[in-house]
Design a protein around this ligand. Structure first.
Ligand SMILES: Cc1ncc(COP(=O)(O)O)c(C=O)c1O
Length: 406
């Protein structure tokens, strides 16, 4: 019979795995169940808000929590408008459409991102065009973007055209990897030179700022995710952020079946989506937004703790926020030394996971996935090297030395 206790395991032998384990033990003692990569935190209020939805019967896409969540999100990010949606992928798809991405266009984006970045582009009928990332931020490199456009783009009255494919290059979709803001000013100035629209995949960067401006506010329109492992989770959920009222109204219309306002009649004026976030999910989001600053504070101090502690391990780099940024440190990130294969990375991952410390590598770069292998791309040296060397370690706020449950 399963006693519920984990079998006794030999402690990890890898120095890095031992050090991570010691840090987790310092916070949680000897955990008896697996330590998740990012455990969601639900403040006490979440129970009351969800109960209110159940008691009132407002559990679906109408209800006061959705509006409240959108208003709080706009306030937390400094954005004029937020439109809550069922997930981050759909929020990104609609963001791209609103930014003018059409069928047959190309959208520049990192190959080293979660697959949803390229999927959202594909769902618009457009094609991803991959650009390499920089080692400091793990997000699109301004130098690589500039070099790639120099190589392939022609500036025409209709915008930038890829001379090799004949397709219009409509947008750059930049992603803020693990919460660390990309070089937004640099990227924006390259985009302006080629009349390319900047869209931000800010799925991972709620609570992160670039030069004092919340991520998601430099691009014309951007998308956030509230998936289960994100810094704030509504179970599943996402949102569009924009400072443009017309785009926000359009997003709201398109994502709620294009229904014309009327007290009781159902009349719709175009083919649209049912992408609106349900009230039940929004209630969870409201409860967490009320304590977002506490969560970000805890995550930043956990990152500092890991950094100080792991510093002594030779050859191991703990990724830090760029100098001009304030990062939410969504996932703590370790970069191992250069390696021709994944063996050193996998040794660390095997030991951490065997010990119940859920850890994972960065995503397989998308140009290495079958459905995106034939997409246009520049050199991928950094993306391929980082793929072999990056490890994310447990990053829940409860692991932080400053964590006090609210
Ligand atoms: C970089 C990135 N883009 C997009 C998404 C898609 O968000 P969702 O899972 O809410 O659809 C995620 C997260 O899951 C992500 O990490």
């Amino acid at each position: 019979m399963n006693s519920g206790k984990r079998p006794d395991l030999k402690p990890p032998t890898n120095r890095l795995a031992c050090a991570v384990r010691e840090q987790v033990s310092a916070a949680l003692g000897n955990p008896t169940s697996p330590v998740l990569l990012h455990r969601p935190f639900f403040p006490a209020q979440a129970w009351a808000y969800v109960k209110e939805c159940l008691d009132s019967g407002w559990v679906s896409s109408a209800g006061s929590y959705v509006t409240r969540f959108e208003e709080m999100l706009a306030k937390a990010t400094g954005c004029r408008r937020a439109i809550a949606m069922v997930n981050g992928t759909t929020a990104l798809e609609v963001s791209l459409l609103l930014a003018g991405v059409n069928k047959g266009d190309e959208v520049l984006c990192p190959s080293l991102s979660f697959v949803a970045t390229a999927n959202a582009i594909s769902h618009c009928g457009a094609k991803p065009h991959f650009v390499d990332v920089c080692n400091e931020r793990l997000s699109v490199s301004t130098a690589a973007l500039s070099a790639r456009l120099e190589e392939v783009a022609a500036i025409t009255p209709d915008g930038a055209i890829n001379r090799q494919t004949g397709n219009r290059i409509a947008a750059l979709c930049v992603m803020h990897c693990f919460g660390h803001p990309a070089d937004l000013d640099g990227l924006l100035s390259v985009c302006k030179k080629y009349s390319i629209t900047l869209v931000e995949d800010a799925a991972e960067s709620l609570g992160s700022f670039y030069r004092g401006l919340h991520t998601g506010r430099t691009g014309l329109v951007s998308a956030v995710s509230f998936n289960g492992n994100k810094i704030l989770t509504t179970g599943g959920g996402g949102a569009i952020l924009t400072d443009d009222d017309d785009l926000a109204d359009r997003a709201r219309h398109l994502t709620s079946t294009a229904k014309l306002p009327h007290p009781y009649e159902f009349r719709h004026d175009e083919v649209a989506w049912n992408y609106r976030l349900p009230n039940l999910n929004a209630a969870l989001g409201v409860a967490q937004l009320e304590v977002l600053d506490d969560i970000v504070h805890a995550k930043r101090s956990l990152a500092e703790h890991y950094r100080n502690y792991l510093r002594s391990i030779e050859g191991v780099e703990v990724l830090s926020e760029p100098a001009d940024c304030f990062s939410n440190y969504w996932l703590n990130t370790i970069v191992l030394p250069e390696s021709p294969d994944c063996s050193a990375r996998d040794q660390v991952l095997d030991q951490l996971n065997l010990f119940g410390l859920q850890s994972r590598p960065i995503w397989v770069p998308m140009h290495m996935l079958p459905m995106y292998a034939s997409c246009a791309r520049g050199p991928m040296g950094n993306s391929e090297s980082l793929y072999r060397r990056v490890v994310n370690i447990p990053s829940s706020p409860e692991l932080s030395p400053t964590w006090v449950e609210c």
